[in-house]
Design a protein around this ligand. Structure first.
Ligand code: SF4
Length: 138
């Protein structure tokens, strides 16, 4: 499905955004910081559940870039990994980290630090994997 506008979860010192159209449901967030990310709770993101630095650290482990953050008071933004890396998952999707300029289906160029790109062509959110195709689950 095409990506809708990411959902925003405002905390006192950090705002978390979540783009469900890019989430691979690998649960790195839920396992990494369950005080903040809990899919059994509503809202499932509680930005004030841990120190903002820990929330940011957990978000940087989200491989797909579905989760992003913005620290209050002009806190540091996420630095891209250097060097940029690209790896193929066992089912073929491309896992990328670094200084990425990703051209979307409508021609927009998005600056990203983390992304997983579709390998099977089925994703409705090209070029991102939306976890709907043959490579779902790896
Ligand atoms: S892709 Fe990101 S937001 Fe989705 S479950 Fe994995 S870590 Fe969480």
């Amino acid at each position: 499905m095409p990506s809708k506008e990411p959902k925003s979860y405002g905390g006192k010192r950090i705002t978390v955004t979540y783009d469900g159209g890019r989430c691979l449901h690998a649960a790195a967030c839920v396992r990494g910081l369950p005080e903040v990310f809990d899919s059994g709770r509503r809202p499932w993101v509680q930005p004030d559940g841990a120190a903002p630095e820990r929330v940011a650290e957990a978000i940087r482990r989200c491989p797909s870039g579905a989760l992003q953050y913005r620290l209050a008071d002009d806190g540091p933004t996420e630095e891209p990994d250097r060097p940029t890396t690209v790896a193929r998952s066992p089912a073929g999707r491309l896992v990328m980290r670094g200084e990425l300029h990703v051209t979307t289906a409508d021609g927009t160029v998005r600056r990203e630090t983390r992304a997983v790109l579709c390998a099977c062509g089925v994703s409705g959110n090209q070029p991102f994997c939306d976890d709907s195709g043959a490579c779902s689950g790896d």
